[in-house]
Structures are given as C-alpha cells and as structure tokens.
Write a protein that binds this ligand. Structure first.
Ligand SMILES: *Cc1c(COP(=O)(O)O)cnc(C)c1O
Length: 235
C-alpha cells in the first residue's frame, strides 16, 4: 500500500469516528485539527490536499513549537489554517502572532499584550484560553478561576478575538477516566459563552479520547497519531 493511500485511509477512519461520535451525542461534528508535530511539510501538504479535495475549504493544522512551525508554513503551501497548540514562551509570542491564525494556549495575562503587539486589528488573531483542568502541578494552562479575568483582558484587545477554551486532561490509560475533565470543561465553556459574545470553540479530545470529548461537547478535536501514524520518538 502506498504512503498516500495509508494517509487517505486514516483520514477516512478519523472522519468516520468523528461523525459517529457526533451522531451518538446528537451534536454537529466538531472541526478536525490535524497535529503535525514531527511531521514534515510534505506530509502536511499531502494531508491538506486530501482534506481540500474532500471539501474542507481551509483545513486546520496544529503545531506545538513556533520554531518547528516556521520551517513548515511556506513549504506546506497556502490554504491551511495554522493553530499553535503547544506552550508559548513570552519571548516567542510576537513571532507566533505574526504567523499563526490561532493560538490555543493563551494561559497568562502577560501573553495578551505580547500577542496583540504587532497583530493587525483588521485581521485579529483567534485565541483560546488553555485551562489546566486537572490542576496538575506540572502542567501549563490557567486555573479555572482565572478564566474570567483573562477573558476580559483579551476582549479589551482589538487585535485578538476570544473564541473559547482548550484543555489537555491528565493522561489515563483508560480514556473514560478523562470524561469528568471534559465535562468540567464543558461547564466552563458554557459559563464563558454566557458572558462573552462569539465563543464557539471548545478544543479537547485527541487520537485516543476523541469519542469521550465529543460526547461532552468538543467543537474541535486535535488529532495526530490516528492521522499520521505513531510518532518517531524525539531522541
Ligand atoms: C500531540 C498533541 C495532540 C495530538 O495527540 P495524538 O494523541 O497524537 O492525537 C493534541 N494536542 C496537543 C496539545 C498535542 O501536543
């Protein structure tokens, strides 16, 4: 089997999983964000072509590192919506804002001004607040009680547009154990939507738990392994 048909089969499998989970939940299917970490620009371009051919006008791709993404933006070609989904260092924020369409990992006040600094308010940057939903000491993301103040700060910046929330729940071998975290995120998302206009994105769910995330109301799932295959380990 060729590399290309592998990719196209995996895309079809992921889309079937998403559709089936959404039907079960009685919700519209969430958006697919393909996570390209460790994947080169040619692989990303190939998947983007498949997705455009299947009718997605502007397929979304997620990158974890600003520096790694820099090498892919031009090489992967036009017609891709780029999302930063990895932890953002303050000294990389201006660079990230100038190249990405979305930043999903805004988790502290300092990033608000840094992201807005050079961004043209005529083309505002879409942002999600990353929440440390399991209160893990080692994890990035804000505490749930910090969401309202961050949301206010973002709303006050014309160069940023707040779209919703993102979370990476604590790992558990059994994805069912992540469901309570997804449920908590849904509650936080509904509360945010009740106090801010234009909130439409709840980013949660990955290759092994997208069914649970969709059942709890994810509107965007971030999928790497199930699309591209297992990642080579980073040496
Ligand atoms: C790697 C990654 C994903 C995708 O994980 P898979 O298990 O490969 O689907 C999603 N979100 C973030 C933030 C990631 O770093």
């Amino acid at each position: 089997m060729t590399e290309h048909s592998d990719l196209s089969d995996r895309l079809e499998q992921v889309q079937t999983r998403i559709r089936t989970a959404a039907e079960r939940a009685g919700r519209p299917p969430p958006r697919l964000l393909a996570v390209g970490k460790t994947r080169d620009a040619a692989e990303i371009a190939a998947l983007a072509r498949l997705r455009r051919a299947a009718g997605e006008a502007l397929p979304g791709f997620g990158e974890n590192y600003v520096q790694e993404a820099e090498g892919k933006f031009d090489a992967a070609g036009a017609g891709i919506e780029w999302h930063l989904i990895g932890h953002l260092q303050s000294n990389k924020a201006r660079q990230a804002a100038s190249r990405f369409d979305w930043v999903q990992t805004l988790d502290r006040a300092k990033l608000v001004a840094a992201l807005a600094h050079d961004r043209d308010p005529a083309r505002p940057l879409n942002v999600l607040i990353q929440v440390n939903v399991d209160d893990e000491a080692s994890k990035h993301g804000c505490r749930p009680d910090a969401i309202p103040a961050l949301a206010e700060a973002i709303a006050a910046e014309p160069a940023l547009v707040l779209r919703g929330l993102m979370a990476i729940p604590a790992p558990h071998a059994d994805p069912e154990r992540r469901r309570p975290a997804f449920t908590r995120m849904r509650g936080l998302f509904d509360a945010l939507a009740a106090s801010h206009a234009g909130i439409d994105t709840l980013s949660m769910g990955m290759s092994d738990d997208l069914e649970q995330a969709i059942a709890e109301g994810a509107t965007l799932v971030r999928v790497g392994t199930a699309l591209f295959g297992a990642r080579p380990s980073r040496g």
